[in-house]
Design a protein around this ligand. Structure first.
Ligand SMILES: Cc1cc2nc3c(=O)[nH]c(=O)nc-3n(C[C@H](O)[C@H](O)[C@H](O)COP(=O)(O)O)c2cc1C
Ligand code: SF4
Length: 1532
């Protein structure tokens, strides 16, 4: 067994090691899950090295370490394991003991050990121990490193032997300077623990009851084996032998002073349950005497085994001492040294020192045995800072022990022990002994300093950085008016931080605050009449203020006036009043608490506030992540504060989550403030660790809200009077308990009536059971279907992320059927694993995901079988086919990931006894025909093995259905979209229709952050729709902006994305809102038709803020082209723009027979994109589109025409060298008047010659490359009947935006905002969306969306500039203080909505840039523009291949890195590294940036430098994109 070899340096390390070795479960109480305690590091190390526990039942068991945050009721985690017969110990500081007292009572009769490091550090407060001394536990104390180790062993042995809980406490600072020690040998520990006793406990679980009911357990003597006492010192051996198990009550003389702990044990000597019938056989309960006997037994064992001696009371000093100092506090060795080595001149020379080691049960008789007969005087020193009783508890213990026994002790004097150091100990002792020997000793004399030198505060008091989000909102919302009672860091003189943060203290101080304000108001009112001010102004202001007190707004205004008038007045009275100036405001009083208050609601701050009915507000931040909660055991489940508060009836209640809906948080806080009575606002902020990234928090929040675990709602009792519903549901789903409450309140019916759409959601059931049933039903249905068939059965299971493996499996199934086999095809996750042994023939087809992982829908199956040793597959025949990519992870060491799931599965099935039908088959994307190559070899072998290889007359297979078929059958894009929109049983639409809706400008997506969680719940994915507008050239009016903002708020996820194609995109629109959103967009005079799909998309145009007149001319062309190429189908109007009862149509749709003069019934082979650049700005990336138009200015300064480029395009497929990005090729010059026709003809040639078989080869770029540029051009000219003129000269500077203010040639002003990655949203720090809306309300010009996803406030007249500047400053929209790198960056949407994303993009690029900015600053590149782009997949939405540096998602967290793009978008980049993660990206980028800064020539751009420096080869055009990549992928 691996045993820790390193020496133990601290008592916590020593204790943690023993606890680990002596437990099945260790509850590790920590400041936070991600922050270690002094114990937890050691625990983790042991667990990581798989060290086994000595008490484990099986030889390989490693104890379970359960980290629990200190403020989440840690002892709750003890109940379940201890009741199931697992030995539990807890490592903690003393701060949790008092709040856990209720649990302590309930756990006292279980052999739990709690190791307690006393807090606060340096000068701990022993009242944490004395306060819980009567809870029925045994208390042991140690005061050095070695003792901590030995007493920890004692504690576990004693708990096991007595069957009762033991608390071992120590002051860690007492061991400072102790030399490191060795862990005792495992044999010693094992012997002392006594494994027979351990097993007896482990084999008798206690049936669980609720934790709030007494389960009647008593520790009984008969349960315990007699201590096996090793040959020890004669005395103890005799003592042990002479002890007889006590039969009834213990001797009164010994226990009369042992307070409740012993009473608790003794007064139930007769077990409750069987008292009536089996009284003779029932064993006596464990008494104080037994505890003492067991403890001394253990100590004598230890003494003989390791030679160290311990006693219930430790006495040090001469046997003839007259005075004794009994110490209950820190610094034992300091006192011992001082007393034992005192020069004879000292008053305390010759005295003795006595320390209780076994503090509870307190055995008075043993105390008397421990002190010499000669002792007359005892000084008791107690280190207890906050005494609630007049006499110290230890003093009382000693007094009763001494007084009840005849003996020589005459005087017992209690002292309150303060902070003592080496330099003050002697002086302190002098004081004590002087007092002791005086005629009338003073009781409770204070000794030492009252306070210890200041140290950093204990944990639990720092406001985790994340939680500041809510505090910030409070401050922002209520400004001067907010008063947060228990704000951390606030000054509460004389009150410890722990107390100041407690709800009781906070609530008390809120009430005091209210009272003070009341008094202040009274006074101020008086001064309004009789006050002596220098002028009359303050009086008038005060009078006005006094009459406005009922209205918050008026009070605020009046308060400001009063304050300024008083400030000017400057009289003494004015100054006095100003001291309380906060009271002029109507304060919004807040108490901020944590979810810890939920565990014991009846006693919590929540209860106090509700019961008081006071007008105070509670903000309770719940930080338990949904996933953690889901895994937590039932006992740890918190109470629902919201329900509790609603049941109270008189409170405003809201449940919010800032990472789900910021607007709803604001609304709730505002309503809570206005509500005249108690308000409880629950705020969800899940995190595992205070340093969690906002992204993690966001994902956890979404899971919780979406699954109904954390519904968003507001409950306002005031609404009833207004005739409005009290309850408003702000999210989609609510959980069962809440529904029941609403039912009971009879509100649900009302709610359902008013919002019938919630009906289905509210009554939906959850749970895995349902899922299991569904599976069973699916399988049964198949079986039925098969009954009619003959032939051998063949079950085919697949796992597939993107459909390849699924298609292979389905086709295999069909082929099997035609060969007469009874085939079933289903996904692995739908298959009931327990049926596996009864299969006859089974085939698995799995692709490879992530890094050698099973696809999502294969994981549960694999998890269920991989460690399942019970499966016997002896009668099963199988084969596995895998799909993978041998170059997905190109490095040598990553070769293991190639087709790993298939290989693993094949091996495992064989190990489980199954027989191979055909050998493992592997498909590789790298093979000439991709995975088909491997498949074609494997399939015949399978038929061979099944005996159906040579079946005659097989029918011909129908060709697979393609997008072309879907388009053709759709009747001009109708499909069955309209019908499906009405189906409320699902949030989805069918696969065919989702191809068609793209043409209407909307895609179905699902929230990928919560896909797994929903699956686990048996729910369909969280489907929603993305809607993209068509906005030629990206120009929108202010009114349109406001309308778009409304749409996002009402129907979408409350954010908008400005896209790389200069348009608005909405996300998160659920099906039932889709039509309404479409109508709203059309009302704003925009359309979504052909914003996506195989048609010409939104036509882009440089926004050109510096040349507005010219811009208007060019923009008009973009509009004209866009309109000219718009599809003509009336399906769009028919589906989306009909009125609500679907009868009256807004346009005459039915009558008209659709006809697409340009497109025909199958539209284009693929998407088609057009953009217009105006030199010298290439911000549209003119080379990246199917058609790129370069505007040419004539000599008269007007637009003359365009150079036309054709065949640019971005999308590729990873590792498919047949796909590549391409630059547009020059066809020539076209006049303005002809340009829309020229564009049409290019599009028509593509319509007719583009590849309609292979969508990966269907874009215009491939058509042109296949035909050759000249031939293509000729074809276009033929269609057109005209010729292109010679291209005109032009020049580009850059493809990035120019930020800030610019003036155009007409004198109007334009401001380009920096909108990071185009996301318009509000956050607590940056309410950008609100700001832009406010600006739109007053703006008279227009907005222009830029191709780099930024925004221009266009056409502001000089006189309007100041107002705009003011608004921009107010909402921080004028901030352009970013690095050149950030300003030149752009990212696509990717996770969580884009279904194609393989990696994060929009949410990750800003984080990556932040990490690079330090180097950027260091090497002096802060102002340099470097074009950096990121996309989540190789589809290339953010045009990554034209960036100087780009990252394209490969798998979650992994990217391909490209270098060498041209600064103004004229050159493609090239692959530099494959599949690298952040830890590689950062050093690579940092190295390159440093070199670039040092080596670049004047004006040389990063992309150009990369090529000159030989870092990467230049890509000349798309077809050499894959040539000479930097990292030749290593075949070995
Ligand atoms: C994100 C991602 C990660 C991949 N990781 C691996 C891998 O680690 N090993 C491998 O052999 N193939 C890997 N592949 C390749 C796929 O397994 C292969 O393309 C397969 O045909 C996909 O099948 P599917 O459509 O059924 O999911 C990966 C593909 C993707 C998209
Ligand atoms: S590049 Fe890929 S991941 Fe990003 S938005 Fe486009 S399709 Fe989605």
């Amino acid at each position: 067994m691996a045993v820790p070899q390193a020496k133990l340096r601290t008592p916590e390390e020593a204790v943690a090691s023993i606890a680990y070795l002596a437990s099945d479960v260790v509850v590790s109480v920590q400041p936070a899950i991600g922050t270690d305690s002094a114990f937890s590091k050691q625990l983790k190390q042991l667990a990581q090295s798989k060290t086994q526990s000595l008490v484990a039942k099986t030889s390989d068991a490693v104890p379970e370490i359960v980290p629990v945050r200190h403020n989440t009721d840690p002892l709750l985690s003890v109940f379940t394991p201890i009741r199931s017969g697992r030995l539990v110990s807890v490592t903690t500081t003393s701060s949790i003991l008092l709040p856990s007292v209720a649990h302590l009572y309930r756990l006292a009769n279980f052999p739990v050990v709690i190791h307690v490091a006393l807090a606060p550090k340096r000068f701990p407060d022993y009242s944490a121990i004395t306060a819980v001394r009567n809870s029925g536990w045994t208390f042991l104390q140690s005061w050095s490193l070695q003792e901590a180790h030995d007493i920890a062993i004692t504690a576990h042995a004693l708990a096991i032997r007595s069957g009762k809980g033991v608390i071992h406490f120590f002051d860690p600072s007492s061991s400072e300077g102790n030399a490191p020690i060795e862990l005792a040998s495992l044999d010693v520990i094992r012997t002392v623990l006594n494994l027979d006793n351990v097993r007896r406990f482990q084999s008798a679980p206690v049936p669980g009851t609720g934790i709030y009911a007494d389960d009647g357990r008593k520790a009984l003597v008969a349960e315990q084996a007699e201590p096996v006492i090793a040959p020890a010192s004669a005395a103890s051996a005799v003592a042990a032998a002479s002890e007889v198990p006590a039969t009834g009550a213990s001797s009164p003389s010994a226990t009369s002073s042992s307070a409740k702990s012993s009473q608790q044990s003794t007064n139930t000597a007769t077990p409750t349950a069987s008292a009536a019938t089996t009284i003779e056989e029932s064993a006596p309960a464990v008494t104080s005497e037994h505890i003492h006997k067991y403890a001394t037994g253990i100590w004598s064992q230890l003494s003989s085994l390791i030679g160290r001696n311990y006693n219930a009371f430790e006495y040090k000093g001469p046997a003839s001492a007259e005075s004794v100092l009994l110490l209950f506090g820190s610094n034992v060795s300091l006192f011992a040294d001082a007393i034992l080595h005192a020069p004879s001149s000292e008053a305390f020379a010759g005295a003795g020192l006595l320390i209780p080691r076994l503090y509870r049960p307190w055995l008075g008789a043993k105390l008397l045995e421990a002190i010499p007969q000669s002792v007359r005087k005892i000084a008791v020193l107690e280190q207890i800072s906050r005494k609630t009783t007049r006499w110290g508890p230890v003093l009382v213990d000693v007094l009763t022990s001494v007084k009840s026994t005849p003996g020589g002790v005459e005087t017992v004097v209690g002292h309150q022990l303060g902070y003592i150091s080496k330099t003050t100990v002697e002086q302190a002792l002098r004081g004590v002994f002087q007092n002791l020997s005086s005629d009338k000793p003073v009781q409770n004399l204070e000794v030492g300093e009252r306070e210890a030198p200041k140290e950093a505060p204990e944990y639990g008091l720092e406001q985790p950085a994340l939680e500041n989000a809510y505090i910030k909102i409070l401050n922002k919302l209520f400004g001067n008016r907010v008063f947060i009672a228990n704000a951390l860091g606030s000054d509460n003189a004389g009150v410890s931080d722990t107390i100041a943060a407690s709800p009781e203290f906070g609530f008390g101080s809120l009430l005091a605050r209210k009272e003070r304000r009341q008094k202040f108001v009274e006074q101020a009112k008086k001064f309004a009449i009789i006050g002596q001010f220098l002028t009359d102004v303050p009086k008038r202001a005060l009078a006005k203020w006094a009459t406005s007190l009922d209205d918050v707004k008026k009070t605020e205004q009046a308060a400001e006036e009063v304050i300024s008038s008083l400030t000017i007045d400057n009289s003494t009275l004015a100054k006095t009043l100003l001291e309380g100036k906060a009271f002029f405001h109507k304060e919004s009083l807040w108490l901020v608490g944590s979810d810890a208050w939920a565990y014991d609601l009846g006693n919590s701050g929540v209860h106090h506030v509700l019961a008081s009915g006071e007008n105070v507000n509670l903000l309770i931040i719940d930080s338990t992540p949904y996933s953690e909660r889901a895994a937590a055991d039932a006992n740890r489940r918190k109470k629902d504060i919201g329900l509790y508060a609603m049941n109270f009836g008189n409170a405003y209640v809201a449940s919010t989550a800032v990472y789900s809906s910021y607007t709803q948080v604001l609304q709730a806080l505002d309503e809570a403030d206005k509500f005249n009575g108690p308000s409880v606002v629950l705020a969800y902020l899940p995190y595992n660790d205070e340093h969690d990234s906002p992204l993690t928090v966001l994902q956890e929040t979404k899971k919780a809200v979406d699954l109904g675990y954390w519904p968003l709602y507001r409950w306002n009792p005031d609404n009833e009077a207004k005739g409005e519903p009290k309850f408003a549901l702000d999210s989609e789903r609510i959980k069962k308990e809440l529904k029941e409450f609403l039912d009971r309140e009879n509100r649900l019916t009302q709610l359902m009536r008013s919002q019938p759409q919630y009906g289905a959601v509210l009554s939906e059931d959850y749970g895995t059971e349902i899922r299991a049933q569904q599976r069973r039903r699916a399988k049964d249905a198949y079986n039925k279907l098969l009954e009619g068939l003959f032939g051998a059965p063949l079950t085919i299971l697949f796992a597939s992320d993107n459909g390849n493996a699924q298609n292979v499996a389905k086709r295999l199934g069909n082929r099997g059927r035609t060969r007469g086999l009874k085939t079933i095809v289903m996904s692995m996750e739908d298959y009931p694993v327990e049926d596996l042994p009864s299969e006859e023939n089974i085939v698995f087809v799995t692709s490879t995901a992530g890094q050698g992982e099973f696809p999502q829908n294969g994981k549960p199956f694999w998890d269920a079988i991989k460690d399942n040793t019970d499966l016997d597959l002896a009668s099963v025949k199988y084969s596995v086919f895998g799909l993978g990519d041998s170059h997905y992870w190109p490095r040598k060491e990553d070769k293991v990931y190639y087709n790993k799931p298939a290989k693993d599965l094949d091996r495992l099935l064989s190990n489980l006894g199954a027989t191979r039908l055909a050998p493992l088959g592997l498909g590789d994307d790298q093979d000439p025909d991709g995975y088909q190559t491997g498949y074609q070899e494997w399939e015949p072998k399978l038929w061979e093995a099944l005996g159906v290889a040579s079946v005659e007359g097989l029918p011909e297979e129908p060709p697979p259905r393609t997008n072309e078929d879907i388009k053709l059958e759709s009747n001009y894009l109708r499909g069955t979209i309209a019908e499906e929109l009405k189906d409320e049983s699902t949030g989805a639409i069918s696969a065919d229709n989702s191809q068609l809706t793209k043409f209407h400008g909307t895609y179905m997506q699902d929230d990928r952050d919560i896909r797994d969680a929903r699956k686990a719940q048996g729910l369909e994915p969280a489907y929603s729709f993305m809607i993209r507008c068509r906005l030629p050239g990206g120009v929108a009016t202010p009114q349109q902006w406001i309308q778009m903002d409304d749409i996002a708020n009402t129907y979408g996820n409350k954010t908008m994305k400005l896209t790389t194609r200069q348009t608005f995109q909405f996300h998160g629109v659920i099906k039932r809102n889709l039509k309404k959103a479409m109508q709203a967009i059309n009302r704003a005079l925009m359309t979504t038709l052909a914003a996506c799909g195989d048609v010409n998309r939104n036509v882009m145009c440089s926004p050109l803020p510096s040349q507005s007149k010219y811009h208007r001319e060019v923009w008009a062309c973009s509009k004209k082209i866009s309109d000219h190429l718009l599809p003509q189908t009336s399906a769009y109007h028919e589906i989306w723009l009909t009125d609500d009862n679907d009868k009256k149509e807004l346009v005459a749709g039915n009558a008209v027979q659709d006809f697409e003069p340009l497109y025909g019934p199958t539209y284009l082979p693929r998407k088609f994109k057009i953009s217009i650049a105006v030199p010298p700005h290439n911000d549209v990336d003119v080379y990246a589109h199917d058609i790129g138009l370069i505007a040419i200015k004539g000599a008269d300064g007007h637009l003359e025409g365009f150079n036309l480029l054709a065949g640019g395009g971005m999308g590729t497929t990873h590792n498919n060298k047949k796909t590549y990005p391409q630059l547009g090729r020059m066809l020539g010059f076209v006049k303005t008047a002809d340009v829309h026709i020229a564009c049409e003809k290019v599009m028509l040639v593509q319509r007719d010659f583009g590849d309609r078989k292979n969508r990966k080869h269907a874009r215009l770029k491939y058509t042109i490359d296949d035909m050759g540029v000249e031939m293509f051009k000729a074809k276009v000219e033929e269609y057109w009947g005209q010729k292109f003129e010679e291209a005109r000269p032009f020049h580009f500077d850059s493809n990035v935006d120019t930020f800030g203010w610019q003036k155009d040639e007409t004198g109007m002003n334009h401001f380009t905002f920096f909108i990071e990655n185009g996301r318009i949203e509000d956050t607590p720090d940056f309410p950008m969306k609100t700001g832009l809306r406010e600006i739109a309300k007053v703006h008279k010009g227009e907005f222009r969306l830029t191709p780099n996803q930024h925004l221009i406030l266009s056409n502001v007249a000089d006189e309007d500039v100041p107002l705009m500047k003011e608004l921009m400053a107010k909402y921080k929209l004028d901030n352009l203080n970013f690095t050149g790198l950030r300003l030149s960056s752009s990212a696509c949407v990717a996770f969580p909505t884009c279904g194609l994303a393989m990696a994060e993009s929009e949410r990750y690029l800003p984080v990556l840039i932040t990490k690079l900015e330090q180097v950027i600053e260091e090497v002096g590149l802060r102002r340099d523009s470097i074009v950096m782009r990121m996309t989540g997949c190789p589809n290339g939405c953010a045009r990554p291949w034209l960036a100087e540096v780009a990252f394209v998602g490969k798998a979650y967290g992994a990217y391909n890195m490209y270098l060498g793009g041209g600064y103004h978008g004229q050159r493609l980049n090239k692959l530099y590294r494959s599949s690298i993660k952040e830890e590689e990206i950062l050093p690579i980028m940092k190295g390159l940036l440093k070199r670039y800064a040092a080596e670049r020539e004047e004006g040389e751009h990063f992309g150009d430098w990369c090529i000159r420096a030989g870092v990467i080869k230049a890509t000349k055009e798309g077809r050499d994109f894959h040539d000479g990549v930097a990292e030749e992928e290593g075949e070995e």
